[in-house]
Design a protein around this ligand. Structure first.
Ligand code: HEM
Ligand code: HEM
Length: 187
């Protein structure tokens, strides 16, 4: 189904929710797997890299789709600052959805550990071109990877806060544009 003034297209909706779910799991397990006490850490690292690269691929597809397909325009009742905040949040998400996994990939490419990275235990993940093994570089990339994940969480809080305000306070059907089954249930 195509985008209309009332909803995003089915492709945009499917990609939005798939990426949101994977990113939130990556952040949760990302912080857990770096704790010494966490069992099965090595296995979780491998799944983390696999789903992280999945986010990268899905986000690039989503961005290409987004640039080629119109999205519903924002509701008329929004104030100027709200429109700017929504746009900045959405652009920030796209930058981080692509930037954080790229930094993760560069980080494992800079690692000196002789680990063979295989996505889903099947597809070999080559080292990123131009990145050579270096403890200093790996450490800096780790820092930015963590900051990037925290920025996603910050945007997430603003984004969900905005979505819930639209739904429960403005009651303007914005959430239903991304969750069409809510259409007839707007409070
Ligand atoms: C949107 C995608 C991703 C998100 C949201 C994400 C999130 C996180 C988070 C929250 C951590 C824990 C931060 C810390 O305490 O260091 C982490 C660690 C890590 N991530 Fe990701 N990640 C993503 C993609 C990737 C990718 C694609 C790779 C590699 C191919 C990767 C490799 C790693 C590694 C190796 C660590 C452990 C770093 C350490 O030992 O401190 N991540 N990630
Ligand atoms: C980490 C998780 C999430 C990410 C990365 C994310 C990202 C995005 C992005 C980039 C857009 C802009 C779509 C576009 O124009 O291409 C968007 C729209 C939207 N998101 Fe999320 N989202 C997340 C979670 C959520 C959650 C949990 C909710 C609901 C509570 C939600 C509700 C919405 C709604 C309603 C829109 C449409 C806004 C509009 O009509 O302009 N999102 N999201």
């Amino acid at each position: 189904m195509k985008a209309s003034p009332n909803r995003y297209s089915t492709v945009a909706i499917a990609l939005h929710w798939a990426i949101a779910l994977i990113i939130l799991s990556l952040i949760g397990f990302g912080f857990l797997m770096t704790q010494e006490w966490m069992p099965q850490r090595f296995v979780i690292y491998q799944w983390h890299k696999s789903f992280g690269i999945t986010v990268l691929v899905l986000s690039i597809i989503r961005l290409i789709w987004r640039l080629g397909h119109p999205t519903p325009s924002l509701p008329n009742n929004m104030k100027r600052w709200e429109v700017v905040a929504a746009k900045v949040t959405h652009i920030g998400f796209y930058v981080l959805m692509i930037g954080v996994p790229l930094i993760g990939w560069a980080m494992v490419s800079a690692s000196r550990l002789p680990i063979e990275n295989k996505l889903f235990y099947l597809i070999p993940l080559p080292d990123m071109i131009g990145v050579s093994a270096s403890d200093g570089l790996e450490g800096r990339l780790k820092f930015f990877h963590e900051i990037g994940a925290k920025l996603i969480l910050l945007l997430f809080v603003l984004h969900v806060g905005g979505a819930l305000k639209h739904h429960f306070v403005e009651k303007d059907g914005t959430l239903a544009r991304m969750l069409p089954w809510l259409k007839n249930k707007t409070p």
